[in-house]
Design a protein around this ligand. Structure first.
Ligand code: C2E
Ligand code: CA
Ligand code: CA
Length: 610
């Protein structure tokens, strides 16, 4: 029996059983940690479906190449588990090392993105990874690790793509911890297609059941509905797995009760349930009512149990059921953190957005290397309309600079996929270089503000990066202003208070961006002692509710004065706005009335000439 996968040259399932089994046995003997990770290419089936098998095969090969390069005899072992799923095992690695490996896989796969030749949109950009690591017990089997890692991987997948999670099993995990596993050993056939916790069909079982119903009823129309529990991860974290399980069981009971007339129901992963409804029985109101009845505040807590529903109206019955479920998931993910029960229907635009996002993700690194990201500068002036600084705003120059892509097209995607810090770090450095190049000119004393994303401090030591830049380019810290949005600052206030104050101690002028766009009270200004407050541009431009707006603005400006913060009015478009804001006490101004963001050379010829 061959132990090698034909397409990729990696070990296949048999190879995994053999070599992975040896690795596990070795770790049991040596009492050292073993890890197993399940990797799955994001949206692979959708791409395969849209772009044909040649593109699909190529993409599997590229992921396999990345894994092959990371293999180390006796330490890192990779196998293709089937389809677009891969397994990576390690021996003797601790959690940190494993995180490093997961990062290398993530970056390697992005780098290996399929070239244009195969399709207009790129068939692959990312993988989701679920790993588990622990010192194994006598008698542990590979399948235990496989099921745990598989679950972790699906939890990751339900969050976002391009993610990974590592579950630490500790040193003395037992199979009792997961009833599904012990039952699985007793009754293989049942557990292959069922979910032990809820007794519903599991993913495989649901796919199989739905495919057979669709096959047997060619004349009927169906809807595939998928439910997601909002912030279920949090519920698990706060109340423990028992409470989480209770919620899942209650949801399953409701689905079994017949309140919604379903043809098949399954728990397809974590907190995601899916069910098939005959279109004659489909009634959105019934769906809503049934799920609304389940929604409630968990006693004694502030957690509100809420559901999001994604619906795919089945058109092509021969389509893989997993793709239908993916589409329902796309419908769920296209909601923007809605706080109420929402029913969202899949449409092709959602798919196009995903494809567009993937183009951004897969072209990003090359474009960054090639210098296709440039900063534009938007002047900031004082009350006398004299230049005092500028904001660095990034642009993506595509097609040899013919197309200037605005940040709205890519910042959000890069944030979602954990890449934004690379762009931001680059932008900060470009800004520092410019400041250095202005030494000895009239621009010597102006400042440049740069944007910081919420995710940046998960990846970067912001304080160190900023100090490093000012040292490297010999500029004063007070010239390179970090801009945090109000929303960023209030997302984890305590952590950010620390970051802001240490930046200030080093002499940086910290700015709060888009103030007035979030829902924070004026008190945050007291807690987060920044140096500069930027009023949100929508706030400045608003003409409706003028009186109310004016009084809020007056309050904010007064408060800033008390706290000795400078106030920048952003989005100033008219002379009238400039005058009013100036009278109200704003210190600095930025907006189209003075200048749009312009390339640095234009900026220089405008101001250096003076
Ligand atoms: P922001 O930080 O609030 O930047 C100000 C935005 O307002 C800029 O849009 C600017 O062109 C626009 N603007 C300036 N004056 C006016 C005006 O008078 N009227 C109107 N309507 N708009 C004005 P831009 O350059 O498209 O950037 C959009 C957003 O993208 C930025 O909002 C910022 O959140 C983000 N962004 C830009 N560059 C970067 C970057 O390097 N890193 C990160 N993380 N985000 C960035
Ligand atoms: Ca900004
Ligand atoms: Ca702003």
């Amino acid at each position: 029996m061959t132990e090698t996968d034909q397409l990729t040259g990696l070990a296949n399932r048999f190879g995994l059983n053999h070599h992975g089994g040896d690795m596990l046995a070795d770790c049991i003997r040596g009492k050292k940690p073993v890890s197993l990770g399940v990797l799955d290419i994001d949206y692979f089936k959708l791409y395969n479906d849209n772009y044909g098998h040649q593109g699909g095969d190529e993409c599997i090969k590229r992921v396999a190449n990345v894994l092959r390069d990371l293999q180390e005899p006796g330490r890192v072992f990779a196998a293709r588990y089937g389809g677009d799923e891969f397994i990576v095992m390690t021996s003797g690695m601790n959690q940190d090392e494993l995180e490093g490996l997961a990062d290398s896989i993530r970056n390697g796969v992005i780098d290996a993105a399929i070239p244009h030749a195969y399709s207009k949109a790129l068939p692959v950009a990312t993988v989701s990874q679920g790993h588990c690591v622990g010192v194994p017990n006598e008698g542990d089997s590979l399948s235990t690790y496989l099921s745990i890692a598989d679950k972790v991987m699906y939890e990751v997948k339900n969050g976002a793509r391009n993610g990974y999670r590592i579950r630490n099993l500790g040193s003395s995990h037992s199979q009792e911890e997961d009833p599904a596993l012990s039952r699985g050993l007793e009754d293989v056939e049942w557990s292959t297609y069922h979910d032990y916790l809820t007794q519903l069909l599991n993913r495989e079982g649901f796919f199989r059941e739905v495919a057979s119903i669709l096959h047997d009823n060619p004349d009927k129309d169906y809807y595939l509905v998928r439910s997601n529990i909002k912030d279920f991860k949090l519920a698990n974290q706060f109340f423990g797995y028992d409470k989480g399980n209770e919620i899942l069981v209650e949801t399953a009971e409701m689905l079994k009760s017949g309140r919604i007339k379903t043809e098949a129901v399954g728990r397809i992963s974590g907190d995601h349930f899916a069910f098939l409804i005959d279109s004659d029985n489909y009634d959105e109101q019934v769906l809503r009512d049934a799920f609304l009845k389940q929604s409630r505040t968990i006693e004694g807590t502030k957690y509100i149990l809420q559901y999001h529903l994604g619906v795919y109206r089945i058109e092509d019955k021969s389509m893989d059921v997993s793709i239908m479920c993916d589409r329902a998931n796309i419908a769920i993910n296209s909601m923007h953190n809605e706080s109420e029960l929402v029913v969202s229907y899949y449409n092709d635009t959602m798919m196009e957005n995903i494809l567009r996002e993937n183009v951004v993700i897969s072209e990003f690194e090359d474009a960054l290397q090639a210098g296709h990201f440039r900063i534009f500068l938007q002047p900031i002036v004082d009350r006398d309309q004299e230049l005092v600084g500028a904001e660095a705003l990034v642009r993506w120059m595509r097609d040899n600079g013919e197309t200037v892509v605005s940040p709205a097209e890519f910042i959000g995607v890069l944030e979602k996929s954990g890449l934004i810090h690379k762009l931001d770090e680059y932008v900060w450095e470009e800004a520092a270089k410019l400041l250095q190049s202005w030494k000895g000119t009239v621009l010597e004393h102006i400042f440049v503000s740069v944007n910081i994303s919420l995710q940046d401090d998960n990846y970067l030591d912001i304080e160190r990066v900023f100090s490093g830049l000012t040292e490297k380019y010999g500029i004063a810290p007070a010239q390179l202003n970090p801009e945090f949005t109000e929303t960023t600052l209030i997302s984890d206030t305590r952590r950010h208070i620390g970051l802001v104050s240490s930046l200030k101690e080093r002499g940086f002028h910290v700015e709060i961006d888009d103030f007035g766009s979030g829902y924070s009270s004026l008190n945050v200004l007291n807690d987060i002692r920044a140096d500069v407050l930027k009023l949100d541009k929508n706030f400045v431009g608003k003409t409706e509710n003028r009186d109310r707006n004016m009084s809020i603005l007056t309050n904010i400006i007064e408060m800033s004065k008390t706290l000795e913060m400078k106030v920048v009015a952003e989005g100033v478009e008219t002379q009238a706005q400039f005058r009013t804001l100036s009278e109200m006490g704003c210190d600095m101004f930025q907006g189209f009335y003075f200048s749009k963001p312009i390339p640095p050379n234009e900026f220089e010829s405008k101001y250096l000439a003076k």
